[in-house]
Ligand binder design. Structure first.
Ligand code: SF4
Length: 107
């Protein structure tokens, strides 16, 4: 793991852990959470967008096609919901059709 990858991993782990501790009932509160925006500081840092189709696949770290929040391993909440919690952005919801640079394939 490179230094940058390791740093990013620890940053994201800290964010995810903070969200887990701060929001014990994340899914029950999903409808009440604000939507993440691309200009949110954390969203901007992770290149979040509400529209995955606006992202040039060539710029992605992971070359897998058809990436969006709905098929990301880090999404939470219920399939079919437009806005869902995400492990990376505690306290906010992300658009199921969105995307960020942390996207990971489901196992
Ligand atoms: Fe969407 Fe996955 Fe990024 Fe969360 S980590 S915003 S679910 S792509």
């Amino acid at each position: 793991m490179s230094t940058i990858d390791r740093r990013k991993f620890f940053q994201l782990s800290a964010v995810a852990a903070a969200g887990y501790l701060a929001i014990p009932s994340r899914e029950a509160q999903a409808d009440d959470l604000p939507h993440l925006t691309a200009d949110d500081p954390m969203g901007a840092a992770m290149k979040y967008t509400d529209d995955a189709s606006s992202v040039d696949p060539a710029t992605r770290n992971n070359p897998a096609a058809d990436q969006d929040c709905a098929n990301c391993a880090l999404i939470q909440g219920n399939d079919g919901d437009e806005w869902r919690p995400c492990q990376i952005f505690p306290g906010k919801t992300v658009n199921a059709a969105g995307w960020c640079s942390v996207w990971a394939p489901k196992a």
